[in-house]
Design a protein around this ligand. Sequence first.
Ligand SMILES: [Zn+2]
Length: 361
Amino acid sequence: MKNLQKDQTDYSEGLKKSGSLLEGHFALTPKADGVWRHSDRYINKDAIGRLYPDVLAFYGGLAQPFLGTGVATIVGPAEGGIAFAHGVARHISRVEKRPVNAAFVQPRYEGTDTDPIILKRGFDEDIAGHRVLIIEGFRRERRTTETVLRANPGNIVGIVDIFDIANGCFTGLDWAITSEYPKAIGVFQQAQRFLEREVEIVVSPPGAGIPIAHGFADYLSIVGNRPVKAVYTEFDRQIARDVPMDLGPFRSKIEGQKVGLIEDITTTGGSAKRMIVAIQEIAEIIGLSVIADRGGVTSDDLCGVSLSALVKIAMESWVDSECPLCTESKPVSGKYGKGRSWVSTIQGQQWLAAGGSITNS
Ligand SMILES: [Zn+2]
């Protein structure tokens, strides 16, 4: 991969602006040793890459290592990496004036399409009180719409049915080309009919609906000249951390091709490695491009695949009994990290009794 030395953009400012890189007083999830640690920084992964047009700068940065390599397809992990893979494929397609595809891998899980659909990751708070456009992807019933209605009654300004519910076929949107750039852009331009409705947030089902929500949010933010967010509903199911990744229908599309990989944040490199394992036998992996590396991941952690990160984030942390923020009685976050669990520990109880406090932010 080419190095990024020419790119002087400070992407950490963009992370802060998006609410992804937070500063304050946070209790971190204890590792296997059970020791509670605190930090003055916290990364909220789920806030990264939601807001248009701000996120476009990240797409340009993530695409840099793949320019001039002849990459055919950009792949990211579901659900968080899907929109990034699309944004990068689109960027390369535009810069190099040639077709570039996007694809995603997802964990092999036990479950069915009848599992409950929910809004997690604070997305329910994101949509509350805002004007919502829904991309509806469930054939038999409007499950995303139902979920949004529960969180945000009265603010739905439009629904786009990916499927014709009565006939089980595609309508309006040409599904087959939504992962081929630049063709997909023509699909996203259908967002034009919602321009006058002042859409603030676009909600989609998980998986293949995500790029459509992002494509619409992108279009509406640029043409409508106002910020638009994209979020997704998801199945209410727990997926073990180490399950293998699966390419599904994208497998045959990337066989023998040059592939570029995308990830939002790497900590141990574990999920990126599972993505690599799923792909390296059938395609040529050019490299892995991530927004932030907070764990000092090397290519040794990634089956030899080279890593390029827009930001390296050193997360300083302290054992709770030695935390300088506790010493100065700085309120601990009850929203991000594990502050609520920590204050019920003996150390946390003693700290509260000595004048410590917990916030809702
Ligand atoms: Zn502390």
